[in-house]
Every structure is written in structure tokens, then in C-alpha cells.
Design a protein around this ligand. Structure first.
Ligand code: SF4
Length: 220
């Protein structure tokens, strides 16, 4: 049985970004992970595609790290960038791939091997919001921007992107999922196949791709 977290709701940044931009709609999956100890529920095992993805990600990350070092930046890598930011209702945690710094300028970098996607930008924006608040002494007086690095090149995220509107949307989403009452569950093959929660804990999980119904019209 999944056990409630004794320290209260706990969100990883990467769980929130797709919901934040409406790319996914199953709030229950994020709520469940935020509310329950990760070791107490059954995860869907990694498949061959995920291993390939990790290898490609590691290669692009290494290229990016070397690029910034050649430019004279001080680079800190994922395990050095772990942070937690505690709010009144929940904790936000994350670990951006790279944080690079030079002459009072900090760039928070995340590497993605798939197609460019607005949820990747939202993930970096969430890091840009949270890291300076979680590590105030390190970021004091710096200019902070972000970057999503894809195989075809980087997408820059300006400091101004993290405005009050973004912060309100992020805070509203987290507060809504920090309550004990479970939110809606929207099972579909399109979302469930990327969800780590197994059928033991999510009985509505959809593991088979069923054909979409196709209607016929003479209106167009
Ligand atoms: S398995 Fe599907 S329905 Fe269940 S939480 Fe994940 S996305 Fe939602």
C-alpha cells in the first residue's frame, strides 16, 4: 500500500511542467507522487527506449558541459545542483542538468534529446524561479537566465519570462495538488504510457492503444 509522505507534499519540478502548460491533463498522477513516499508504490519498469534516451542525454550533456567550460564558465552538474524550496503547503525539489556561471551571469541549463517542447521551457523557468530562492547566498546579485539545449541547438529563456503571472500559475498548481483530496484522473493511452505509476496503484491505467473512433461527415 502506498504510504503518505510524513513530511508533507513533495513535488519534483519535472512532474509539474507538462501540467503547467496543459500538455498533460491527469492531475492525479502528480498528486499521487507528491503525496506518497516514492519507495512505497510500484513503478513501471524502464524499457529499452528509456535506456537509449539516457545514453543520448548523457552524450549531449557532456558536449554542453565542455562547451561552457571552453567559454570560461564555472560549471556545476546535476548532483551539485539539487535544491529544495519549502512553502507553506508543499516542498518543491529539483536538479537542473547544469548551472553555469561567469562574471555575475548565471545560466540554468537543461538538456533534452527529444523535439523542442514548451513544457521543457516551463521546466527551466521553474528552476529559474526556485533555485535563487532555495540558494539565496549563491545567487545574490546575479543575472539569471535559462537555456534548453536540444540536439539541433539551444533555446534561450530570458530572465523576464519568470514573471508574476508565471509564479502565480506555478503556485496555484502546487497549492491545488497539495491538498489531501485526490484531483481528477484522466486515463488515456497517450498519457498513461509515459506515466510511471503501475496498475497496482492506478486501476484505471490504460496500457493498450485502442483505435480512436472515426466519424464521417459531409459538412466539409
Ligand atoms: S496511469 Fe494514467 S490515469 Fe493513472 S495516474 Fe498515470 S496518467 Fe493518470
Amino acid at each position: 500500500m502506498a504510504l503518505a509522505r510524513i513530511t508533507g507534499p513533495y513535488f519534483w519540478v519535472s512532474w509539474l511542467s507538462k501540467l503547467l502548460v496543459g500538455e498533460t491533463s491527469c492531475q492525479w498522477g502528480v498528486w499521487f507522487r507528491a503525496q506518497h513516499e516514492g519507495s512505497s508504490w510500484e513503478k513501471v519498469p524502464s524499457d529499452f527506449d528509456q535506456v537509449q534516451w539516457l545514453i543520448k542525454h548523457g552524450e549531449l550533456l557532456e558536449q554542453t558541459r565542455r562547451y561552457y567550460e571552453r567559454q570560461g564558465y564555472i560549471v556545476s552538474e546535476a548532483s551539485q545542483n539539487s535544491f529544495k524550496l519549502r512553502g507553506a503547503t508543499a516542498t518543491l525539489a529539483g536538479r537542473p542538468d547544469l548551472v553555469v556561471a561567469r562574471d555575475g551571469e548565471v545560466v540554468i541549463v537543461d538538456v533534452k534529446v527529444g523535439q523542442p517542447n514548451v513544457s521543457h521551457t516551463a521546466q527551466v523557468m521553474t528552476y529559474m524561479y526556485a533555485l535563487p530562492r532555495a540558494m539565496q547566498s549563491m545567487f545574490h546579485g546575479t543575472r539569471i537566465s535559462g537555456q534548453v539545449v536540444y540536439p539541433d541547438g539551444p533555446v534561450d529563456v530570458p530572465e523576464a519570462a519568470v514573471n508574476q503571472e508565471f509564479i502565480a500559475a506555478l503556485g496555484g498548481l502546487m497549492r491545488g495538488l497539495a491538498v489531501r483530496e485526490a484531483p481528477r484522473k484522466t486515463p488515456s493511452w497517450n498519457e498513461c504510457r509515459f506515466c510511471p505509476i503501475g496498475a497496482r496503484d492506478c486501476h484505471e491505467r490504460v496500457d493498450i492503444c485502442e483505435e480512436q473512433p472515426v466519424g464521417v461527415t459531409e459538412d466539409f
